[in-house]
Design a protein around this ligand. Structure first.
Ligand SMILES: [Zn+2]
Length: 380
C-alpha cells in the first residue's frame, strides 16, 4: 500500500511479508492495549507493566492473524491451490492465491479454515486463562490471555459475515456456486452484500466520529471503504478470469507491429514514432529484423533533452525479460497478471528472438467488455 512489503520468513514455502502500512496498525493497537484496554481491566499498575502487556498482547494478536491466514493457505495447498505469500497489512492479513479454488467444496473448506483457526485460538486462550487461574499464574498474564480469547473470537465472527471479500462471503459464494453451478452469479450476491456491509461500516464510522470516538470512527470508516472497493473488485476479477482463462495470447495479439530500428536517433523515435502512434513501448530490431528488446517512453523521459539527437534508440533499448515479453501460447490471464505486476500496458509476443506481435491491455479489455455485452445472460 505504501511501498514494498518487507519479507520476514518462509513457512511451508509460503513467504510471510509485512506491508509498511501494517506498522500504523501495530503502533495503534499496542498503544490502545497499553493505555486503554489493560489499565481498564487491571487498574493500579505502573505504566511500564501496561506497556509490557500491550506489546505482548499486540504481538500475540498479530501471530493470531498470521495463523488465521496460514490456516487458509495450508488447506488451499492440500487442494492444489498455490499460495505465494501472506501479507500483513493495515486491515489484517491477506493470503495471495493466484488461482481460484477448483471446486465449490474446495472454496468452502479453504474459506472456513481461517475462522475455524481463530475459534480454535480463542478456545485455547480461554483454556489457558482457566489453567492459569488454577495454577496461580500472574493476573497480568490472565488478562492478556483473556483479551486474546475475546479478540480471536471477534475476528472469527467478523470474518463470518457473508460479505465478500470476507471469509463468510467466500463461504456463501461456495454454497451458491455448488447449488447453481454459476460462479458469476454466486460471486455477485456476496459481493453486493459486501458493498452494503462496507456502506454500513462507513455509516457506523461517521456516527462514532460524530459522538467523539475519533480513532474507532475513523477506523470503521476506512475498513468500510476498503471492503466496498474489494467487494466490487472481487466480482470484476471473477468476470475477467472467466473471460480470459484458457484463451491463448495469440488470439488477442496484433501481428505485424510497428518496430523501431536500433540505429535511429532518439529524437526521431519521439517525432516519428511516439508522437505518431502514441504507444508507450516500441520493439527495437536490428538490421536483419531480429528483436533486440524494447524502448519505452519512460526511458526517453529520463534522458536529458539535449541528448535526444546524440543518442540512438539502441543505446536506450531494454533487453527482453519476462516482464516485457510473453509467448504466443501463454494464457491471456497470465499475461494480464504480468501486466499488472510490472505496470506495462503492452507486451511483446515472442518466439526466441523473433517478434510475432504485440499484446496490449486495451485489446484485452475491449475483448472482455464485448464478451460481457454478448453473454450478459450466459452462464458464468
Ligand atoms: Zn480469513
Amino acid at each position: 500500500m505504501f511501498g514494498k512489503p518487507i519479507e520476514l520468513i518462509q513457512i511451508f514455502g509460503i513467504k510471510i511479508r509485512i506491508d509498511p502500512s501494517w506498522f500504523i496498525v501495530a503502533v495503534l493497537v499496542t498503544w490502545d492495549f497499553a493505555t486503554l484496554v489493560f489499565p481498564g481491566q487491571l487498574p493500579g499498575n505502573a505504566p511500564a507493566v501496561y506497556w509490557a502487556m500491550g506489546v505482548a498482547g499486540a504481538l500475540a494478536f498479530f501471530v493470531s492473524v498470521l495463523l488465521h491466514e496460514l490456516a487458509h493457505a495450508v488447506v488451499a495447498k492440500t487442494y492444489g491451490v498455490e499460495v505465494r505469500a501472506i501479507t500483513l497489512f493495515i486491515f489484517g492479513g491477506l493470503a495471495e492465491m493466484p488461482a481460484e479454488p477448483p471446486t465449490p467444496q474446495a472454496e468452502l473448506v479453504i474459506a472456513a479454515a481461517g475462522p475455524a483457526a481463530s475459534f480454535g485460538l480463542a478456545l485455547a486462550c480461554g483454556a489457558l486463562v482457566l489453567i492459569g487461574s488454577i495454577a496461580g499464574w500472574s493476573k497480568e498474564a490472565g488478562s492478556v490471555l483473556g483479551y486474546l480469547a475475546f479478540l480471536n473470537g471477534t475476528l472469527a465472527l467478523f470474518n463470518l459475515v457473508p460479505a465478500l471479500p470476507l471469509d463468510g462471503g467466500r463461504i456463501l459464494r461456495a454454497i451458491l456456486w455448488g447449488w447453481r453451478g454459476n460462479l458469476r452469479w454466486a460471486t455477485r450476491v456476496p459481493s453486493a452484500i459486501g458493498s452494503g456491509f462496507g456502506l454500513l461500516l462507513i455509516g457506523l464510522g461517521v456516527v462514532s466520529l460524530a459522538s467523539g470516538s475519533f480513532i474507532a470512527g475513523f477506523w470503521l470508516f476506512l475498513i468500510g471503504l476498503f471492503l466496498r472497493s474489494a467487494a466490487t473488485a472481487s466480482y470484476q476479477q471473477v468476470l475477467l478470469r472467466r473471460a480470459l482463462e484458457g484463451e491463448p495470447v495469440s488470439r488477442f495479439m496484433h501481428a505485424d507491429p510497428v518496430t523501431v530500428p536500433r540505429g535511429i536517433p532518439v529524437l526521431e523515435l519521439v517525432q516519428s514514432y511516439i508522437y505518431r502512434y502514441h504507444f508507450k513501448m516500441f520493439p527495437v530490431v536490428d538490421d536483419s529484423g531480429r528483436l533486440l528488446g524494447c524502448v519505452t517512453a519512460r526511458r526517453v523521459r529520463e534522458l536529458p533533452r539535449d541528448e535526444w539527437d546524440r543518442q540512438t534508440v539502441g543505446s536506450l533499448a531494454e533487453r527482453c525479460t519476462p516482464e516485457n515479453t510473453v509467448r504466443a501460447d501463454t494464457d491471456a490471464l497470465e499475461a494480464l497478471s504480468r501486466m499488472s505486476r510490472s505496470g506495462a500496458s503492452r507486451l511483446m509476443v515472442v518466439d526466441e528472438d523473433r517478434l510475432l506481435g504485440i499484446l496490449s491491455l486495451k485489446d484485452l479489455l475491449r475483448f472482455f467488455s464485448l464478451k460481457m455485452e454478448l453473454e450478459e445472460t450466459g452462464k458464468g
